[in-house]
Design a protein around this ligand. Structure first.
Ligand SMILES: *[C@@H]1O[C@H](CO)[C@@H](O)[C@H](O)[C@H]1NC(C)=O
Ligand SMILES: *[C@@H]1O[C@H](CO)[C@@H](O)[C@H](O)[C@H]1NC(C)=O
Ligand SMILES: *[C@@H]1O[C@H](CO)[C@@H](O)[C@H](O)[C@H]1NC(C)=O
Length: 455
C-alpha cells in the first residue's frame, strides 16, 4: 500500500519534471522567435493578506470602538510576546513549534485565503512567520473549534493523498502505519494544539494572472484541535523549515507588503510565496534560530538625532538569550530597556512641549498623550531603526503610536524585561514591503505603497 503510493508519488514527480521541461523549452522557443516577452518571470504566487479588522475579514466588526481595537491589539501582543519569549527560553522539540495566544481568538493578526482539494474548498488561515507547517481542521472531527470556512473533508476530495511513512516529511517520532498513516502533533505553549494526519493536496492560490495550482503540498489535516475560537481554519507557517509552503515549492523566498492597518478599507496588503517574491530595497543579514527570524539592530534615531544606545543590548547571547525578532503576529514593538528608555525620553522631550502626557492605569511604562495621532503629531520626526548593512526601517506616526480612544493615544513600543528578546511588531512594519531570502540569508526593507505592487 505504502509502496504503491510512494511509486505514484515518484511517477507524478517525474511527470511534473517533464512538464516543466516541456514548458520551459516552449517558452524558450517563443522567446527566440520574438513572439513573447524575452524574460520569463517566475509565476507570482500572491495571496491577499487580510488584517483581522479589514472589511475583507470575517472578524471585522464595524461597530467595534477604537478602544476595543486598541485593547485587543494590546492583549494579543502580550499573549504573543509571552509565547515567543517562552519559546526562546525553553528546549522545545520541533513538534512543539507553534504559536501562542491563538486561544480565545486573541492572536489572529493577518489572514490568507486559498482553496484546497478537488472540488476546491476555500479556507482562511493565519499567516505565521514563526511556525512551520500549514494545517487546517479536517473532517471527521474528534474535536474542532468553530471556523468560518466549510470544514475540509479529505474523503470528498479526489486529489487528497495520505503521506507515505517513508516521506521525509513524516516525523520520525510519530506513529505511522498503513491504517492511520503519518500522524502529526503540534502543541502550543498556551495549551492550544492540533493533532491529525499529514496529507498531500492541491492548493489553489491566486496569482497576478488568475490562479495557480500547487500540487502535492504536505499539510496537517487536524482532527483534534483546540485553541482558536472563531473564524480561521488553521495556520499557514512561513518559518525556515522544510515544511513551510515556500520551501515545499522549491523556493527560499517570500515577501509581504503591509499598508495601513487602521484603514479597514485598505485592500492591498499581500503575501507573495516563492521565487516571484519582491526582493527589493535595502538588505540586512537575516538569522534563523528555531522558528524565529532574527535581525541585527544597531541603533535608533529620532529625526536626525541618534539615540545613545549601547548596541550590545540587541545581541543574542550564545546561550540564546535576547536578540531582535521580526514577527508577523505581534502588533506592538518591544525594545530592551537600554533602547526603550532613551527612545521614550526623546519622544517625551519632542511631544511634551505641545501635549500633556497621561498615566494609563496599570501601565506605568507606557507613554500616552491627550490628543489625536492624525492631528496633534503633525511635524513629529520619523523614528528610524538602523539595521546592520545599512537597511533602515522608518516609522512614521502611524507605526509608532496607536489611538487608545478618541482624545488619547499611546506610543506602541514597550520595554522588555531584562535580557528578553526585542520584537519588531507588525505595526512598525506598515508601509513596507519586506522580503525574506533564505538562500542569501538577507531580509529586504522597501518603503512603498503596496498598491504599486499590484499588477
Ligand atoms: C483584554 O484583557 C483584559 C484583561 O485580561 C480584559 O479585561 C479585556 O476584556 C480584554 N480586552 C479585549 C478587547 O480583548
Ligand atoms: C480569496 O477570497 C476572495 C474574496 O472572497 C475570492 O474572490 C478569492 O477567490 C479567494 N481566493 C481563493 C484562492 O480562494
Ligand atoms: C556596552 O555594554 C557592554 C556589555 O554590558 C560593555 O561591556 C561595553 O563596555 C559597553 N560599551 C559601551 C561603549 O558602553
Amino acid at each position: 500500500m505504502e509502496n504503491v503510493s510512494a511509486l505514484i508519488h515518484s511517477e507524478l514527480s517525474l511527470l511534473l519534471l517533464i512538464m516543466i521541461f516541456l514548458c520551459s523549452s516552449c517558452r524558450a522557443t517563443a522567446a527566440a522567435t520574438g513572439t513573447a516577452a524575452t524574460i520569463v518571470k517566475p509565476p507570482r504566487v500572491s495571496m491577499k493578506l487580510i488584517h483581522r479588522d479589514s472589511i475583507l475579514s470575517p472578524y471585522n466588526n464595524p461597530s467595534a470602538s477604537i478602544s476595543e481595537r486598541f485593547w485587543r491589539a494590546v492583549n494579543s501582543s502580550m499573549a504573543r510576546y509571552a509565547y515567543l519569549k517562552a519559546r526562546t527560553k525553553s528546549t522545545f522539540s520541533s513538534s512543539d513549534d507553534v504559536r501562542g495566544g491563538l486561544s480565545e481568538d486573541r492572536n489572529v493578526m493577518l489572514l490568507v485565503n486559498f482553496s484546497i482539494g478537488q472540488p476546491p474548498v476555500q479556507q482562511l488561515a493565519v499567516m505565521d512567520t514563526a511556525s512551520d507547517l500549514l494545517w487546517i481542521q479536517c473532517s471527521p472531527c474528534i474535536k474542532c473549534f468553530k471556523q468560518y470556512s466549510p470544514l475540509f473533508d479529505p474523503f470528498k476530495s479526489s486529489t487528497y493523498r495520505s503521506l507515505p511513512c517513508n516521506s521525509p516529511y513524516c516525523p520520525v517520532d510519530q506513529k505511522c502505519d498503513s491504517v492511520r498513516n503519518c500522524e502529526y502533533h503540534r502543541a502550543y505553549v498556551d495549551t492550544t494544539s492540533t493533532r491529525g494526519t499529514l496529507g498531500m493536496e492541491e492548493l489553489r492560490l491566486s496569482t497576478s494572472d488568475g490562479g495557480i495550482t500547487v500540487s502535492d503540498v504536505v499539510f496537517g489535516c487536524g482532527t483534534e484541535n483546540q485553541g482558536i475560537t472563531g473564524i480561521a481554519s488553521g495556520i499557514l507557517g512561513l518559518s525556515a523549515k522544510k515544511e513551510s509552503l515556500f520551501s515545499q515549492m522549491g523556493s527560499s523566498k517570500f515577501s509581504y507588503c503591509i499598508g495601513s492597518l487602521d484603514d479597514p478599507n485598505y485592500e492591498y496588503n499581500h503575501l507573495i510565496i516563492g521565487d516571484g517574491a519582491k526582493v527589493e530595497g535595502y538588505s540586512t543579514p537575516l538569522q534563523v534560530f528555531g522558528n524565529s527570524y532574527c535581525l541585527t539592530l544597531e541603533g535608533i534615531s529620532v529625526g536626525d538625532k541618534q539615540l545613545d544606545i549601547n548596541q550590545s543590548i540587541f545581541k543574542r547571547s550564545a546561550s540564546g538569550v535576547g536578540g531582535v525578532i521580526i514577527d508577523s503576529g505581534t502588533a506592538a514593538t518591544y525594545l530592551d530597556r537600554g533602547a526603550y528608555d532613551p527612545l521614550r525620553e526623546e519622544v517625551r522631550s519632542v511631544v511634551g512641549t505641545i501635549l500633556q502626557d497621561v498615566f494609563v492605569e496599570g501601565q506605568p511604562d507606557w507613554l500616552c498623550y491627550d490628543g489625536e495621532v492624525s492631528q496633534d503629531l503633525i511635524g513629529f520626526p520619523v523614528v528610524t531603526f538602523h539595521f546592520a548593512g545599512g537597511a533602515d526601517l522608518v516609522l512614521d506616526v502611524d507605526a509608532m503610536f496607536h489611538q487608545l480612544r478618541e482624545g488619547l493615544f499611546c506610543m506602541f513600543v514597550w520595554p522588555t524585561a531584562f535580557r528578553d528578546p526585542s520584537i519588531i511588531g507588525v505595526r512598525a512594519q506598515q508601509h513596507y514591503n519586506i522580503a525574506y531570502d533564505l538562500n542569501e540569508m538577507n531580509l529586504y526593507f522597501q518603503r512603498i505603497d503596496c498598491e504599486l505592487l499590484e499588477d
